[in-house]
Every structure is written in C-alpha cells, then in structure tokens.
Write a protein that binds this ligand. Structure first.
Ligand code: ZN
Ligand code: ZN
Length: 281
C-alpha cells in the first residue's frame, strides 16, 4: 500500500548499471522484469490506474541491491509461517506458507530471497506449488521457485499480460477453480484484477488484497484500486460474495502482517458486501 524504497536500494533510470544483464525490480510495486542491461523504460503495473508511479519518478533496483540493506523477516502469523521484507519495501506484503497434509503451498510473494528464509520454508516440508493472488505480487517468484528446486508458479491466465518476467516454471491456470492437493483450492474471484485469486483450505481463506482485511476486523474491503481508492461496481462485489458463499470460511488472512479476521469469515464477507452495495446505492 505504501511506497518506501530505501535510498540505497533505489536506482534511477540512467545511472550506470552493474555489469551484465539484470532482472530489474520496480521500487514502487516490486515486480521483477526479464533480464536487461538497462532498467526498463517503464513499469506497466505501476502505470496502470490501480497503482502509481512514485513522486520521485520511476525507480529501479535489483534483488542483490535490495539484499544489501533488507532481509527476509520470518515469523508466525495467523498460525502460518510468514515471510516479509524488513525494512518494508514497495507494497510491503508478506507471503505465507500453507501446510497441508500432502505438501505445502507458498502463497503470494515478496521481492527478496535469503538462505535463512529458504531454510525455514524447507524445514516445514515440501513446497509443491507457489500461487499468487494478483500481479501486484509478481515479484521474486522465479527466484523463490528456483531456491525451492523448480516449484511450479500458478498464475491465473486472465492476468498473463502482467507477467513481466516470463519463465518456464510459470503455469497458467484457467476457469474459476483449481484443486491443488491436501484439500487446498485456488478460487478465481476477479475484482481487483481479472484473475484475482484466493486460496481456500479447511476453514481458512488466504486473500492477498482480493478480499482486503481492513483495520476493523468485523469487515473486509473490495476495491478496484486501493492506493487510488477506486471502487468496484456493486454487481462485482455481489458476485464475489456469492462465489465465496459455498466455501466454509472462519479465518480470512490478508496480505500484510496481522491482517487477520479470526472467525465468522462467511458472515464478515456477507455483511461487508451488503454494506458496500448500500453505500454505492
Ligand atoms: Zn511497478
Ligand atoms: Zn493489489
């Protein structure tokens, strides 16, 4: 949500690049791009009306530059292993490890990988899939996949235009639902992005910001753009709430540390959608 690239990690277009082609990382959204000797001209994700280019213009870094003054922060959140970036960088989300009895899912993504974080993830068992809610978190996914031995990265095909670093480990899925393993299911809800995805397991829903956990935990939010405060149409919000209705949800776990609805998730979604539609009427 906030943009706080460190000065040391930031590089403006035009400053001398390190030797060789690099996978540049946008300082505002943390998307990682295909290799280039020079930073890209622009970041399409930030130029889209759902994001923004920072006040000081388009800036770039790389994962190795970022690693000089940032590290992975590993701790439990909502009973799951969480990994964020410390100090906070770009949108500031953390990712989560969903453990099922039949293998684990790394949910959402951060722009940094380090050994301690990889060890912590590996210690919990095999990661069989990486899944990401929407393009604002298409950051260090290829690096994480490689660090874990070439784990497939599951992205919804409706958001393929936002993949800035194509890679053979990326597997596009289509339709409204994708069964994984161990009772975990990806649900395409759309809304914030056409391919907007949540991950359901047992009584838990991991939502990124497709269903936004807000400071008042009795409600959640649904928006087209959070930083630019652009609402979704009422019919879209009604559709999203209806799509979640058949799935038993107690806990809703959002994209940032401690953004968790602990119980009555179905009721929270229902009352939030009603409030939203009332406000637009
Ligand atoms: Zn960007
Ligand atoms: Zn977003």
């Amino acid at each position: 949500m906030s943009s706080s690239p460190s000065r040391a990690a930031a590089r403006s277009r035009g400053s001398p690049p390190e030797a060789g082609a690099l996978n540049w990382v946008c300082c505002t959204c943390a998307a990682q791009f295909a290799e280039g000797a020079e930073p890209p001209e622009r970041c399409p994700i930030c130029e889209d009306e759902r994001q923004y280019v920072g006040l000081s213009g388009q800036r770039w870094t790389t994962m190795s530059e970022l690693a000089r003054d940032h590290r992975c922060e590993v701790r439990e959140d909502a009973g799951l292993l969480g990994i964020g970036v410390e100090p906070s960088f770009a949108i500031g989300q953390r990712m989560l490890l969903l453990e099922t009895g039949e293998g684990n899912v790394l949910w959402d993504m951060i722009p940094l990988v380090d050994e301690a974080a990889v060890d912590a993830v590996r210690a919990r068992g095999e990661v069989r899939a990486i899944a990401i809610s929407h393009p604002h978190y298409y950051s260090g996914m290829v690096e994480w996949s490689r660090a874990l031995g070439g784990v497939p990265i599951l992205l919804h095909e409706a958001d393929r235009e936002w993949i800035m670093r194509p890679d053979p480990t990326i597997e596009l899925w289509s339709g409204e639902r994708r069964e994984l393993f161990g009772g975990a299911t990806l649900l395409r809800l759309g809304g914030h992005f056409a391919g907007g995805t949540v991950l359901h397991h047992d009584e838990t829903l991991l939502t990124g910001d497709i269903v936004q956990v807000i400071p008042d935990r009795r409600f959640v939010g649904f928006m087209w753009s959070y930083p630019n405060l652009i609402p979704l149409p009422a019919a879209e919000v009604e559709r999203i709430a209806a799509a979640l209705e058949p799935w038993h949800v107690e806990r809703i776990v959002g994209a940032w540390w401690e953004r968790v609805v602990e119980r009555d998730g179905n009721e929270v979604v229902r009352r939030s959608a009603e409030r939203y539609v009332r406000a637009l009427a």
